[in-house]
Design a protein. Structure first.
Length: 393
């Protein structure tokens, strides 16, 4: 039996039991357990001397540490650190040398280890690592990517216009919202997303087309006020290529059902129309079998996200060796006293991080999301989506 199928202790015990049974040669027994004969003899020797307890894993730490720092020096380092809490290993080592008492003074690295082991180095605030995410168009589990769109618009009986906003989990096909709105503005759309995110948690990505308020086709990263809000929550906006709604095919398929079931006979008011949308959601999620789900229903497959909606959006901390710039109200950043570069007005009032690549060229990030590249020499910003540049002022 291979040694990797059970705990190590269980494997050793079984090896001894097989050895005691004397059913095969010692060499064959070691091959069966995928260990060397030397290891096999070691286990048998320990068993014969100490019984099964002798098979317990033993510490590999050396019995003697010839280069261990003498205790008087360790105590002196701790004493000096407490006297001067802001002094580092370099200064403490120099103090030991200046005292001239000890024949061998530990290296800086050793002094740092002594301070760390004794809890004398305060834990620094961990900076968040920036790792660009790739679009997930074919998810493997719930909440990897959601999709959202407006199912056109149509007139109600009272002559007002209804804009149905739809939000769906791409993996489970579970409809998270069908909300009839009177406009497509940020002010109307954002509260719907906020309610959905509070109820179901956060996805990793949100896939939309390039229409308002999701995207601005000529802006850096196609950012809008809404997509910037998503990014502050840790959700990456993902966009279909312009003029290619089929790239969000799962959502478009759901829209065909929505149109046939809930939009062909508009109700008199927006409130009445919303009741129709709610009935459609229940039917689609809880009654209609889906071929893509092996004839299961979305509510059976769907799971709530493990990423809860945050009570507060925390300020993002960029790596220490990056440049951090504030986006002014007109969308520019200041390079020097007179120099400036236009980035995007969608990020006005926000901080961006610039990762240096050399020769005054930087990767441009908003929080953990890579937006493009900035060339300070030419005062150009290159969009990561299009590799188009925003002209100099």
């Amino acid at each position: 039996m291979p040694l990797m199928e059970m705990t190590i202790m269980d494997q050793k015990k079984e090896f001894i039991l097989h050895w005691k049974s004397n059913q095969s040669s010692f060499s064959q027994l070691c091959r069966d357990f995928q260990i060397s004969r030397m290891s096999g003899y070691k286990y048998v020797h320990r068993y014969l001397e100490e019984g099964m307890e002798g098979l317990e894993e033993r510490s590999r730490a050396p019995h003697n540490i010839p280069n261990k720092t003498p205790e008087p020096i360790t105590n002196r380092i701790i004493e000096m650190r407490k006297e001067h809490p802001r002094w580092g290993a370099k200064k403490l080592r120099q103090m030991l040398l200046d005292e001239g008492i000890y024949t061998r003074v530990p290296a800086r690295s050793t002094i740092s280890l002594i301070l760390s082991r004794n809890g004398l180095i305060p834990e620094r605030k961990k900076r968040k690592r920036v790792t660009p995410r790739k679009p997930i168009f074919d998810p493997d589990e719930c909440n990897e990517i959601w999709s959202a769109d407006f199912k056109g618009h149509f007139k109600l009986g009272d002559k007002s216009t209804c804009y149905p906003l739809t939000i769906c989990d791409s993996f489970s096909r579970y409809i998270l919202a069908v909300k009839g709105l009177s406009s497509t503005t940020f002010e109307d759309v954002q509260p719907v997303f906020q309610a959905v995110l509070k109820e179901y948690g956060l996805p990793l990505q949100l896939h939309t087309d390039n229409g308002s308020p999701f995207a601005a086709i000529n802006a850096l990263g196609r950012l809008t006020k809404l997509s910037v809000w998503f990014m502050e929550l840790g959700i990456q906006p993902v966009f279909s290529d312009p003029g290619k709604p089929q790239q969000n095919g799962r959502h478009e398929r759901m829209h065909r059902e929505l149109k046939a079931e809930a939009c062909r006979k508009p109700r008199e008011t927006l409130r009445g129309q919303q009741k129709v949308f709610s009935r459609f959601m229940r039917m689609y999620n809880e009654e209609r079998p889906h071929e893509a789900l092996e004839m299961r229903k979305p509510f059976i497959v769907h799971e709530r996200s493990k990423r809860p909606y945050p009570q507060k959006i925390e300020e993002w901390v960029y790596p220490a060796d990056w440049k951090v710039r504030n986006i002014c109200a007109n969308g520019i950043i200041r390079v020097g006293r007179a120099e400036q570069v236009f980035v995007t007005s969608s990020l006005q009032g926000k901080k961006i991080g610039l990762e240096p690549l050399g020769n005054e060229i930087y990767r441009l990030y908003f929080r953990e999301f890579l937006l493009g590249f900035l060339d300070f020499n030419e005062r150009k910003v290159y969009d990561i989506l299009e590799y188009m540049y925003v002209p100099r002022l």
